[in-house]
Design a protein around this ligand. Structure first.
Ligand code: SF4
Ligand code: SF4
Length: 83
């Protein structure tokens, strides 16, 4: 399984990773004002969150063992309505 490490010192709580992740791996921890990993097992190692994070606050380990495939959120929402 992919392992995700969040550097809470670096995270500025912008929420971009929460909005961007196609598999809802992150949620905002409202108390701390930081992101938190809630569904690590669903990470497919697309590294989109890496690209979008302004603070480079996350590290992904063992990305070669990702089990999920890329899912486009817009396509998925259309498919969910159809099936
Ligand atoms: S690498 Fe992709 S799937 Fe994994 S947490 Fe980041 S955005 Fe989500
Ligand atoms: S994108 Fe980066 S700075 Fe923004 S909430 Fe996520 S980890 Fe924190």
């Amino acid at each position: 399984m992919v392992k995700i490490e969040i550097d809470e010192e670096a995270c500025v709580g912008c929420g971009s990773c929460v909005e961007d992740c196609p598999n809802d791996v992150y949620e905002m921890d409202e108390e701390k004002g930081k992101t938190k990993v809630v569904k690590e097992e669903d990470c497919m190692a697309c590294l989109s969150c890496h690209e979008i994070c302004p603070a480079q606050a996350m590290e992904h380990h063992d990305i070669h063992v990702a089990k999920r495939l890329y899912i486009d959120r817009k396509v998925k929402s259309v498919l969910d309505k159809m099936i």
